[in-house]
Design a protein around this ligand. Structure first.
Ligand SMILES: Cc1cc2nc3c(=O)[nH]c(=O)nc-3n(C[C@H](O)[C@H](O)[C@H](O)COP(=O)(O)OP(=O)(O)OC[C@H]3O[C@@H](n4cnc5c(N)ncnc54)[C@H](O)[C@@H]3O)c2cc1C
Length: 450
């Protein structure tokens, strides 16, 4: 039985901010930078030592499904980032986002250099005037009525109470929203399954003149049938190019891991690193082009696909996805197929996955679904926005909308919405959404009318 310990201390009171953004992943960076550019005093709190979230520390250094075959869908801040990465030489050879053919390739995408993205996000935060605190974790929140009046963080100097006028939860796990009493769906508690995470890794010395992804998949299926792996997992996304001879490896589901349990997460890292070695060894032995590839690093952030999602004012649903629904209050659109990974190693799960991902769900040319503003706000707290993977969405559609490009779009909208709410001294659900949409469009976002 769990016993309780009463914890009571006087802690330092920190500086006052207009907006505190918790979590420096794709959605948090976009939110913080956009709000600071709109003149707000912004603090960005990040638990690790670098920005970019899953895209950098998680080594998920790959963006996919950027175009509907006619145009790039995630524009605005995301487009600015992509062009800057291209100018820094951070995209693989042959990828040029300015090339119209690339822009019009349905579901086009690219890998990127995660270290250069970390540096670029540092620069963009600095130049926008965002104050960033690394190695700083949100540990508590102070609520007055229906408003967050400040958050408690912990860093090398100890606990600090940080007062603020508004807050954005970009933690991926809805940590701030959950602490604030916002109802959330938790994977494993409120659902039958938890989508398994993967610990990704970065590799170097791959000969891409001889590497072929389809070939990798074929050889992998044979190796699974030959019992070469600890677990007979037929669903292995594999190797994705990030540079001239570099790649990330996304291989090895950690079935049963619960990202909301410290013990389960810790055991998951150990198993994840073991899988990294196993799949690299397989690639070295069997995959043309990977014979000499070397492990550079395993991810410092577990690749969590599913944990917590808030129940917001509107829950984006799979039905919305299927109907390519457009909303009056949409702040962007997206078109990635629903990507619900296998829940176990059975053939039924593998067939279920292929059926969903490869066929019925894939959007065709000119198709996309809308991201409504209401999925980012809650009825419980007036000055809170929740963005990225933990925004309000059902299990299935979360398998699409959690992707980084959509997270950047949600973050940008929330950063600007918070700024509008602060300027007009109103709550998240009372801002004039047409003002928000106009400002987003002025910043280059693609927001078709519903
Ligand atoms: C294995 C895997 C493969 C994927 N493949 C792709 C892909 O190919 N393409 C794609 O676009 N997307 C992919 N995704 C999805 C995508 O990477 C994530 O869903 C996305 O990064 C979520 O963005 P986010 O902003 O919500 O949060 P995250 O990227 O998860 O960032 C959250 C940040 O919050 C910080 N944080 C958390 N708690 C606290 C706290 N208490 N205090 C302070 N900071 C905190 C974390 O350190 C982290 O930096 C993949 C995901 C996984 C796991």
């Amino acid at each position: 039985m769990e016993t309780m310990y009463q914890f009571s201390r006087s802690i330092r009171r920190g500086k006052h901010y207009d907006l505190i953004v918790v979590g420096g992943g794709p959605s948090g960076c976009a939110a913080a930078i956009r709000a600071a550019r709109a003149g707000k005093r912004v603090l960005l709190v990040e638990a690790t030592g670098a920005l970019g979230g899953m895209g950098t520390n998680g080594l998920v250094s790959n963006w996919y499904s950027l175009s509907d075959g006619e145009q790039i869908l995630p524009r605005g801040f995301f487009w600015e980032l992509l062009l800057k990465l291209a100018d820094l030489g951070a995209l693989p050879p042959g990828v040029d986002p300015r090339d119209l053919d690339w822009q019009r390739k349905l579901h086009t995408g690219t890998g990127f250099n995660p270290e250069l993205l970390k540096m670029l996000l540092d620069d963009l935060c600095l130049s926008a005037g965002v104050e960033v605190r690394f190695s700083t974790r949100l540990v508590d929140v102070e609520i007055e009525g229906k408003r967050i009046s400040g958050v408690v963080t912990h860093d090398v100097e100890g606990f600090v109470f940080r007062p603020c006028l508004a807050a954005i939860d970009a933690t991926g796990d809805a940590v701030l929203a959950h602490m604030s009493g916002v109802p959330c769906r938790e994977a494993g508690r409120d659902t039958e399954h938890i989508m398994p995470p993967t610990l990704c890794a970065s590799l170097v010395d791959i000969d891409f003149t001889r590497f072929n992804r389809r070939e990798y998949e074929k050889i992998l299926q044979q190796a699974v049938a030959d019992n070469e792996f600890t677990q007979p997992d037929r669903h292995v996304p594999g190797i994705f190019r990030t540079g001239a001879n570099t790649a990330i490896q996304n291989a090895g589901h950690i079935f049963g891991m619960n990202a909301l349990s410290a013990k389960s997460l810790s055991n998951g890292y150990i198993l994840g690193r073991k899988f990294v070695g196993e799949y690299l060894n397989f690639a070295n032995r069997r995959i043309p082009g990977c014979e000499n590839s070397v492990l550079v690093s395993t991810a410092t952030l577990m690749g969590i696909r599913e944990s917590r999602c808030i129940q917001g004012v509107y829950e984006l649903s799979y039905e919305d996805f299927v109907n390519r629904r457009q909303f009056d209050d949409q702040i962007g659109v997206y078109n990635k197929a629903v990507d619900i990974h296998v829940y176990d190693t059975s053939d039924e799960q593998w067939e279920r996955y292929l059926g969903e991902y490869e066929s019925q769900d894939k959007m065709g040319a000119g198709e996309y679904y809308g991201l409504p503003y209401r999925m980012l706000i809650t009825n419980c707290i007036d000055n809170l926005w929740v963005v990225g993977r933990c925004a309000s969405s059902d299990v299935k559609v979360n398998g699409s909308v959690r992707d980084q490009p959509a997270c950047y779009v949600m973050g940008e909208a929330a950063g600007l919405a918070a700024s509008i709410a602060l300027d007009s001294d109103t709550s998240a659900d009372s801002i004039d959404v047409s003002d928000l949409r106009k400002e987003l469009r002025d910043g280059g976002s693609f927001i078709p009318e519903s």
